[in-house]
Write a protein that binds this ligand. Structure first.
Ligand SMILES: [Zn+2]
Ligand SMILES: [Zn+2]
Length: 190
């Protein structure tokens, strides 16, 4: 259907159109942008309230362990797996079992406080879900480094697909895998 192009303004001058495609090609080579990492006190209060509300609704106890896990998740920049989170909590002297960490991550996933990614056949990775800025991932097959990138054209594709299939798209997942071509790759032990 022609719906997808309905957003393009009719009568746009050739010059403006060229300007548009110029900026498109620039965004194609833009360097990867990391997701925002600063968590304010206000955001911390928000995520605690969301967890408290979810537990109340489910008639589950608001244990200090669950909130300690939430705090650690929100103190973590970037991606982590369940075992890394468990190790970090242990280092900080928080007494939780591995099972509690796994259960709590499932709980945080249910209330969108974490996002889970499956990169290849590796262990599931998590990152903070609150005020999650849409981004996609590039993973190096040689050194496992994980990059985040953000390209508004992917958002435009998502909206177009939603219009065509009449769906309110909630999320998407795009992972790219590459071979490291950096001779000075900091992650390779030569
Ligand atoms: Zn990410
Ligand atoms: Zn690499």
């Amino acid at each position: 259907m022609a719906k997808a192009s309905a957003k393009g303004k009719k009568g746009t001058s050739q010059k403006a159109k060229r300007g548009q495609s110029d900026s498109d090609s620039r965004s194609a080579v833009a360097p990867p942008k990391p997701a925002e990492s600063v968590i304010t006190d206000e955001m911390r209060a928000d995520v605690q309230r969301i967890l408290a509300d979810t537990l109340k609704k489910r008639n589950q106890r608001q244990t200090p362990e669950r909130f300690a896990i939430l705090d650690e998740v929100y103190a973590t920049v970037g991606h982590f797996d369940a075992d890394q989170l468990y190790a970090r909590l242990k280092d900080k002297g928080v007494r939780v079992s591995r099972a509690t960490v796994y259960n709590s991550l499932d709980l945080l996933l249910d209330c969108n406080l974490v996002v889970r990614h499956q990169f290849g056949s590796k262990q599931a990775m998590y990152e903070r879900g609150y005020s999650y800025r849409q981004h996609d991932h590039l993973i190096c097959l040689d050194c496992d480094e994980l990059f985040e990138f953000c390209d508004p054209r992917l958002q435009a594709i998502q909206e177009m697909v939603g219009e065509i299939y009449q769906m309110n798209i909630q999320s998407h997942s795009l992972h790219m895998y590459g071979r490291c071509e950096r001779t000075d790759c900091p992650n390779l032990n030569s």
